[in-house]
Design a protein. Structure first.
Length: 258
């Protein structure tokens, strides 16, 4: 399958910044893609190609990522407002949300707040756990300060933001706290949710932490029948969209049956 060149690309204003948005248009089911914490929209290319013209694909770069502009606010709440702004700008009232990592947490929180606007949610290797408290925060800050020299190069590859090391850490610390407190949110979701899970650890994790984190979903699946695991794939957290995009596309297509 192929997808035509984007019908529309442009900048969408929100708060003190503007976001770079691409929208393929058409009459297909609207899908909005929510990126990993420091990633740009380019990571969704294989998933979009696999889904083809049956869907209307809306992608965007978060603040200080990709082609979007910097902001004074990189908070989780700001990211939720960005989802609203993009959908409003593109005239979409109800959409299917597909989020990877940070974007998955963002998707289930947005769905919790806007159940009547959600056709379904696909969460790609996101789960409700995190490094929390003073020890967790210190570990995150140490990691990002050690990696700070890589950020200018990684940003050009769509793998980092145009932020300082401490700003990168602030985003990650907040995410870990919000994710760890998300079990009640998942328990009360009323819209269908499909998880596609990776395997093994990721950058910054160790000693099987990621696999232990994925197990936290098991009791949630038992309590909330709206939530299921569509697939667990061989790729790790960082490579899942590149190597296992067909599994993500299949999870999206499951909503045609739903």
């Amino acid at each position: 399958m192929t997808v035509k060149e984007s019908v529309w690309t442009g900048m969408v204003p929100v708060d003190d910044t503007t976001l770079y948005v691409a929208d393929t248009g058409g009459n297909g089911v609207p899908v909005i893609y929510l990126n990993g914490a420091y990633a740009d929209q380019s990571h969704w290319r294989r998933v979009i190609a696999g889904l083809g013209d049956d869907y209307r694909h809306i992608t965007y770069d978060e603040r200080a990522r990709g082609r979007s502009k910097r902001s004074a606010d990189y908070s989780f709440e700001a990211c939720l407002r960005d989802v609203d702004a993009v959908l409003e700008a593109r005239g979409v009232d109800r959409a299917l949300l597909v989020g990877w990592s940070y974007g998955g947490v963002l998707a289930w929180h947005w769905a919790d707040r806007n159940p009547d606007r959600v056709l379904g949610v696909v969460c790609v290797d996101a789960f409700p756990v995190g490094l929390t408290g003073a020890e967790g925060h210190a570990r995150i800050r140490k990691l990002f300060r050690r990696m700070r020299w890589l950020f200018p190069i990684a940003a050009r590859l769509g793998l980092a933001a145009r932020m300082s090391a401490d700003q990168h850490a602030d985003v990650n610390i907040e995410l870990n706290e919000i994710a760890a407190a998300s079990v009640p949110v998942l328990d009360r979701l009323t819209r269908p949710v499909r998880f596609v899970l990776a395997t093994g650890d990721s950058l910054g994790s160790q000693d099987g932490e990621m696999e232990e984190g994925r197990k936290v979903l098991d009791p949630i699946l038992a309590r909330n029948l709206n939530i299921t695991v569509s697939a667990k794939v061989a790729s790790n957290h960082s490579k899942i969209l590149r190597n296992d995009s067909p599994a993500v596309a299949r999870a999206v297509r499951e909503f045609a049956v739903t």
